[in-house]
Design a protein around this ligand. Sequence first.
Ligand SMILES: [Zn+2]
Length: 195
Amino acid sequence: MSAKTAFQYLVPRRSMECCHGQETFEPGMRYYSTVVPDEENDYRRLDYCEACWQAHGQEACHDSSQGFWVNKVPIKIEPKPPIDRVERALELLKEYTSIEEMDEETATLAFFIAVFLAHRRRLSLRKEITKNQTLFSVYENPQTEDTFVLKQVDLSKVDLESVQVKIAAKMRDEESDAKDSVPELPKSDRRNEQI
Ligand SMILES: [Zn+2]
């Protein structure tokens, strides 16, 4: 069967089975398709498996001077689940905190991510510690019990937009189809929390 409108001719989708032997088309199978006129001056689509095509279809197709095409039943590719930006931010934090000697910029990015993750309830701020007159926040991932010790950064003195751009770029490096990956902080978190 076919459908026609004023501007187009629609070929139906492939059948689920061979038109001759009723073999089910499985992923990866080669098949041969044609559209042939039927009695009512309309067209119908025929899909043959390889064996039936060789035995019957090819000849029938040749007789009626119809063109045909060959294709393979697509192998289903499971769509990748979109990677949650929160999970990706967590991965990035792990990467940053595994750096032995973080530079100032990385420390700022890492702290920003931690505050973002805490806001999203993915990390919990467990403790604040002072070491060599520097204040650190201890965050924990409650699900894995991973802890992250981060030098506190006064985010009110940081160009947050450039921090966000850097983090987004880093995330995109790792997952090119990531969208909406710029983490944002609510305004209330855009200052260093006082103890
Ligand atoms: Zn067949």
